[in-house]
Design a binder for this molecule. Sequence first.
Ligand SMILES: [Zn+2]
Length: 322
Amino acid sequence: MTRRRKPSHSWVYVIWGLNGIAILSLLAFTVLYRTGLHASAAEELIPTARPGETRQIPPTRYYLPTLTPNPFYTPPVFETSTPFVLANGPLPTMIGFSLAGRPIDVYTFGAGEKKYLIVAGIHGGYEGNTIALANELITHINENPGAIPTDVTLYIIRNMNPDGEARDSGVDGRVNNNGVDLNRNFPTDNWAADWDRDGCWIYRPTKGGAYAGSEPETRSVMSFIRSHKIDAMISYHSAALGVFPGGVPWEEPSKRLAKALAKATGYPYPPVDTGCEYTGTLADWAVENGVGASVDMELSNHRYTDFKENLKALQVLFNFQP
Ligand SMILES: [Zn+2]
């Protein structure tokens, strides 16, 4: 009898083994999953912590700078159409910027208690010889420090309208970049956006500004004058009409200053009356706002600086008591 080979059952064990592993895996998965559910449920049950009391922070001693850039900031452009730098002399102080970002500078000489101011270039390149005169005066005083008496401080704003100067040296260089006549933009009692042109300058359209004191050039000079107690000032123009006292009507101290300046320089006083009504001028605003005396003074033409005459004018200014 052939021994019948006993059939092998090993495949049964393999299958049951696999089943067992599968069942254990399923159990393990179920247990882990349920534990996970409990855990998340438990998290939901924990009450959300309430915000604590606001902490009192003691005030800081400093105003920390903000990182937010100022959207109205105009980056300075360090150039002028006629670069003016003293080889070895004081640096000017910037008192503001023109619409195009050109600096408006003031030179300071002396440290006396009597304070005088000269403003040139309010009518830009059209009256560019006033800027040239300011440059000559600055250079002269720097080379001759004795020109300033010990009781005097002299401020020279050499170019109040640098954009006008950069634009043109003729009639197109008179206004600022908004088309405003800066000598009609000051917030005087008589400021006007527009005026009767009879007897006035009519070679190009001009205006007094969107409102009194609307232009940055005007505001720079206003803020300088307000922060310095000026005894007397000259606002330079050209050409030929003479010396106009500040004030509406002309104030006595300004008339006295105008007469004395006219006598020293030979410029006409009383000034030539063309019938023009002047509104919003620097000279009028100055006397309405604490300056002892002020004049608009016109050089004899648009070309020359009348340097010698204006050195004499400087002496008059330094001896003037409002
Ligand atoms: Zn002028």
